[in-house]
Design a protein around this ligand. Structure first.
Ligand code: NAP
Length: 488
């Protein structure tokens, strides 16, 4: 990721910051219709940015005290007469009550800051509706993606982007100018037909996280059920032992690392599939199927969820010795030992296994933390492309290998112990190894010189079966050209 997420438009449109056609607008008089939360925050920010502010209220006397003394609070009609740019900080359902002002508003710029309560709530966007009520005005959609809180907290905090759209370039430029003086980054979203899209943005709830969260929950549910059968249901059915107490901590703690580990491998699996597709078709210009495209786009979220589960696993593991059940088991073991008169229960192999298992786990968690931190936009912005790809790709892959070592040292020889096959179900760790080991193997194969070379050529634009022009020097030193298949 070369640019910062905040520096580039959220929806891939043109940022107007630094546009030479935008000139400072401080000193201009700006109107605000409405005296609610948004109007108040807007007025405070405008005054702080050097604008003269005139607020139009139905009850100016009562509302004047809520605004900074530098802002003039007057009746709606009076306010509108004093300025050419008016922010309409009123809900859509009250737009029609402003129709009495149509004559005084004619020819002026109306900034629609409104939001809806549901995505695609109305057939037409609020801004288009406002434009239909006031055909003699120029409507600009903007500022709805910033909250009243962001307006008050200033440029230091909160979202800095202000998405703007309008059918009138001049009006859009004027509003962009105001936004810029207020410390925001105006982003040109095009003409009025984008208003609906802009109005839907504040209503979206983590759109990029839905698939990764469902994936994590699905994996959690599968592994949890599997572990529950092995750790709780099996001892109950076979030995009539009540092990329900294991559910809140032990079963959860054996499930979390499974989810974290498989999710981490799912970050790298789509890359492997993409490389297989490129090798198979011998081109990088063929579109990946939609599901693979989607998967590639969600890798960051999948990786962050993997880190989240790994961090929870670390915390649960640290708390294991605090449990009452653990203390009882320790005492029970000690008593058994005393009864059996065993002096030394030290098993060298077990000691080494545990030391390596914990150490490797800590390293894996450390690497995952590094991946998570560097995926934050503010940190990613400070890295160049090579640094970013080294951390996310190379260190990420190393994290996957180390997590595999952590899993293998945990499992050790359990896969070969028939007592571990409860209801013929293999130990959970053997299942989790499946996808990560496939990814690691594939990566190793892709790094074999013959395959790596071919993949590199494809990624530089070479295509299987395409004829390319070649130029050969002749005996006389002149160059002759011809065509050949790049395949040969
Ligand atoms: P609010 O606190 O309820 O204020 C709405 C204002 O509208 C009232 O104070 C009122 O001012 C005025 N108004 C004019 N005609 C009205 C009528 N017929 N009935 C009732 N009120 C009327 O709402 P708000 O939170 O400031 O939101 C205002 C607009 O900003 C909304 O469209 C909202 O979607 C948008 N917005 C708000 C936020 C936010 O964080 N609050 C963020 C983005 C966008 P007078 O009584 O002085 O006339």
């Amino acid at each position: 990721m070369s640019g910062g997420d905040m520096a580039k438009p959220l929806l891939g449109h043109r940022s107007m910051e630094g546009d030479p056609s935008i000139t400072p607008a401080a000193g201009r008089t700006v109107g605000v219709l409405g005296s609610g939360d948004f109007a108040r925050s807007l007025a405070i920010r405008l005054v702080c940015s050097g604008f003269k502010v005139v607020v139009g209220s139905r009850n100016p006397k009562r509302k004047a005290g809520l605004f900074p003394s530098a802002a003039e609070v007057t009746f709606q009609a009076e306010a509108v007469k004093k300025t050419d740019v008016i922010f309409v900080a009123v809900f859509r359902e009250h737009y029609s009550t402003l129709c009495d002002l149509a004559d005084v508003l004619a020819g002026k710029i109306l900034v629609d800051v409104s939001n809806n309560t549901e995505i695609n709530h109305h057939k037409e966007s609020n801004a288009e509706y406002l434009a239909s009520l006031f055909p003699a005005c120029t409507v600009v959609k903007g500022f709805n993606v910033v909250s009243a809180w962001t307006l008050q907290s200033g440029a230091r905090d909160g979202n800095k982007q202000v998405l703007i759209c309008s059918n009138n370039q001049e009006a859009k430029r004027t509003v962009a100018e105001i936004a810029q003086v207020m410390g925001f980054t105006p982003v040109d979203m095009g003409c009025m037909s984008s208003a609906c899209e802009i109005e839907n943005i504040p209503l979206r709830l983590l759109p990029a996280w839905k698939i990764p969260i469902f994936l994590a929950l699905g994996l959690f549910l599968c592994f949890f059920t599997y572990n529950l059968i092995r750790q709780v249901i099996h001892p109950y059915i076979r030995e009539q032992k009540n092990k329900l107490y294991k559910i809140p901590i032990e079963v959860v703690n054996t499930t979390l690392p499974c989810v974290a580990y498989v999710m981490l491998s799912l970050v790298y699996l789509p890359g492997v599939l993409a490389a297989c597709s490129q090798l198979y078709y011998g081109t990088k210009y063929r579109r990946f199927p939609d599901w693979l495209d989607q998967w590639l786009q969600h890798r960051k979220q999948i990786g962050l969820l993997s880190f989240f589960c790994a961090a929870l696993h670390a915390m649960y593991s640290l708390c294991l010795p605090m449990r009452r059940s653990h203390r009882y088991q320790l005492i029970e073991t000690a008593v058994k030992q005393a009864v059996e008169k065993k002096m030394n229960i030290w098993v060298e192999e077990e000691v080494w296994r545990m030391e390596i298992y914990i150490s490797v786990g800590i390293i894996a968690l450390g690497l995952l933390s590094l991946l998570a931190i560097t995926s934050l936009p503010s940190i990613a912005n400070s890295l160049n492309w090579r640094e970013f790809s080294f951390i996310q790709s190379t260190l990420g892959f190393i994290a996957l290998v180390i997590s595999t070592l952590h899993t293998l040292t945990y499992g050790w020889s359990r896969a070969f112990d028939e007592n571990q096959y409860k209801f013929y179900l293999p130990p959970t760790y053997t299942l989790t190894l499946l996808v990560p080991c496939t990814v690691i193997l594939a990566k190793v194969i892709f790094n074999l010189p013959c395959i790596q070379q071919r993949l590199l050529r494809i990624r530089r634009g070479w295509e299987k079966g395409r004829y390319v022009k070649f130029v050969l020097p002749s005996a006389t030193g002149e160059y002759s050209s011809g065509e050949t298949s790049s395949n040969v």
